[in-house]
Design a protein around this ligand. Structure first.
Ligand SMILES: NC(=O)c1ccc[n+]([C@@H]2O[C@H](COP(=O)([O-])OP(=O)(O)OC[C@H]3O[C@@H](n4cnc5c(N)ncnc54)[C@H](O)[C@@H]3O)[C@@H](O)[C@H]2O)c1
Ligand SMILES: [Zn+2]
Length: 362
């Protein structure tokens, strides 16, 4: 078991990573002396497998546990599901000292965090991420959100959890597609912030792909450490934290154009990172070869990097709904691996040319 502190002044919290930490929640959570109940917002696809374990841990911490199930995956991130949860909390007379616990992937965590930060103007909450993607990324950093049909994550808050319990045991039951989706975010950290991780993945991805428990624990630890440093330096996403958006501008546009039911988040981000590398090469910002290297890394992790893109015009208009849109689309580009920069002067023509290069129609 390892622990990473996210050092945000006045709101620091620990991410506890290791096998079995859900069942040992009482050992790892901070005290919630005034809380009576823990409302566990759980992805319905994993309730049977992991709710009992978590409930045992929470009961040992002196909390009465109430289960609130939500639809699996991205379909939970709607205003409708959000509203249903608020009603359920009100009907059950949840009070402000009670605790909300998110059990599931990034979708469940984003939704439950949004509920927790808005119901009665905010209840304490804990993230118990069960996907690789949520453990390395979504559960840490305090961004909460639901989607609108018009765009990804358009409604949400910044609200830090009180603790994150990243149990590596549930990662064993992830299907290949969801596991690989998490590896896309891992690749993001490797390409933007952690050269040593990049080296490890490039020299031999097999131990990661085999989901060796010790390897996964250290992988999650490395990524959370990278994220914690970035978030602490820029909690509200106005500077350094933008780097974590590498690959996400195109990624979010693809997710929205596919009505959040096509590529997974990680699959979309993977294509987005190849696209960003091509843009950087086209502008002469990065040396030739960055896109090919990015593609090789992602392919070695089982991610598809040559799949079809929607028509360029549709993607360009989807960019305009991006939260990072600011008179123009902002992109994180790499000068080289480990050297991210934010640029806001990429023209539509450049974007279109890079998309056509990747096989999009005009
Ligand atoms: N808040 C942030 O900073 C942040 C960062 C990155 C991503 N995100 C968001 O996270 C979401 C994606 O999260 P995700 O990739 O974790 O997917 P997800 O939450 O959508 O879950 C994907 C699937 O995995 C299943 N699942 C979950 N845990 C499982 C387990 N242990 N075993 C078997 N199946 C399991 C779920 O039932 C679901 O079908 C996106 O909406 C993305 O925008 C948020
Ligand atoms: Zn992401």
């Amino acid at each position: 078991m390892v622990r990473v502190t996210v050092p945000i002044p006045g709101r620091s919290y620990d991410v506890v990573v290791g096998a079995g930490v859900l069942g040992e929640a009482a050992l790892h959570l901070p005290g919630f002396p005034k809380a009576e109940r823990a409302f566990v917002v759980a992805d319905q696809g994993i309730v049977d497998r992991w709710f009992g374990t978590l409930a045992t841990g929470l009961t040992a911490a002196g909390l009465d546990v109430v289960l609130l199930t939500v639809p699996s995956g991205e379909m939970a991130k709607t205003l409708q599901v959000y509203g249903t949860l608020l009603h359920q909390l009100a009907i059950q007379e949840a009070h402000r000292d009670d605790v909300i616990v998110a059990l599931g992937g990034g979708s469940t965590g984003d939704l439950a965090g949004f509920v927790a930060s808005t119901y009665m103007r905010g209840l304490p909450f804990v993230q118990a991420p069960t996907t690789l993607l949520a453990q390395v990324d979504a559960a840490v950093g305090g961004k909460t959100a639901v989607n609108l049909p018009e765009g990804k994550n358009l409604v949400g808050t910044f609200a830090q959890p009180r603790a994150v319990l990243a149990d590596t045991e549930p990662l064993a039951s992830l299907d290949e597609r969801d596991f690989r989706s998490g590896l896309a975010e891992v690749a993001k950290y490797a390409l933007t912030l952690d050269a040593e991780l990049l080296d490890t993945l490039e020299s031999d991805p097999a131990p990661v792909l085999a989901r060796d428990p010790a390897v996964l624990e250290s992988l999650v630890f490395r990524c959370v450490t990278a994220k914690a440093g970035t978030v602490a330096a820029d909690e509200l996403d106005t500077g350094g934290r933008l780097v974590l958006n590498y690959g996400h501008t195109l990624g979010h546009a693809l997710e929205r154009l596919e009505a959040f039911a096509g590529r997974t988040h990680g699959e979309a981000v993977a294509i987005g990172m190849v696209f960003a590398a091509r843009l950087a090469e086209r502008r002469g910002m990065a040396a030739a070869g960055l896109a090919a290297r990015t593609g090789r890394l992602l392919a070695s992790l089982g991610l598809e990097v040559h799949s079809a893109l929607p028509p360029a015009d549709e993607v360009l208009s989807a960019f305009r709904m991006d939260k990072k849109f600011h008179g123009g689309v902002r992109f994180v580009l790499l000068r080289a691996v480990g050297e991210p920069v934010v640029v806001d002067d990429v023209s539509d023509d450049e974007l279109r040319a890079a998309m056509l290069e990747m096989g999009a129609s005009a």
